[in-house]
Design a binder for this molecule. Structure first.
Ligand code: THU
Length: 160
């Protein structure tokens, strides 16, 4: 039997180390948390995507009394961006969360379903998607969603 060891490269930094464009994207994700509709969990997530044309689109989680009918911030944001700019790739997504009167200390990580959606974006446009996970104490960033979703199921899997 063999053992496969999977590693991921994660950049760890603080807001003071960001250039202006990254700061702006993170700010938009943080701002979007305040327009979330999260009466059931009280966990307000915001996301902002930077398109190849420089446009920034933001969104947030939208909950529902019938819980599974709600949707996460990342998917609301990406679907909105792709529906308005169907031919424009996405360079980066920033994610932030506001809970109990503060932004979370820990970086906000995308859930499994959102990771799968972000993988589709990366494959669709043939371009690595940076994922920036904001936390008050640290920001985590990966160069590609594949770093957060190893052994993923994508369009190539359907051919094999
Ligand atoms: N949530 C997101 O918006 N993004 C994630 O990646 C994780 C979870 C939302 C869903 C739900 O409205 C709330 O956070 C609590 O799970």
């Amino acid at each position: 039997m063999k053992l496969l060891n999977i590693t991921a490269k994660i950049h760890v930094y603080t807001i003071d180390e960001c250039n202006e464009s990254k700061k702006k994207l993170i700010e938009r994700a943080k701002l979007a948390t305040h327009m979330a509709y999260a009466p059931y969990s009280g966990f307000c997530v915001g996301a902002a995507v930077l398109l190849e044309n420089g446009e920034i689109i933001s969104g947030n989680n939208q909950e529902n009394a019938a819980y599974p009918s709600g949707l996460c911030a990342e998917r609301v944001t990406v679907f909105n961006a792709n529906s308005q700019f169907s031919q424009t790739g996405i360079e980066a997504i920033a994610i932030a969360a506001f809970h109990d009167g503060d932004y979370t200390n820990e970086p906000c990580y995308p859930c499994g379903s959102c990771r799968q959606t972000l993988l589709e974006v990366e494959n669709r446009f043939g371009k690595s998607l940076k994922v920036i996970m904001y936390g008050e104490s640290a920001i985590y960033e990966v160069d590609s969603i594949k770093d957060l979703l190893p052994l993923s199921f994508g369009k190539e899997s359907l051919k094999e």
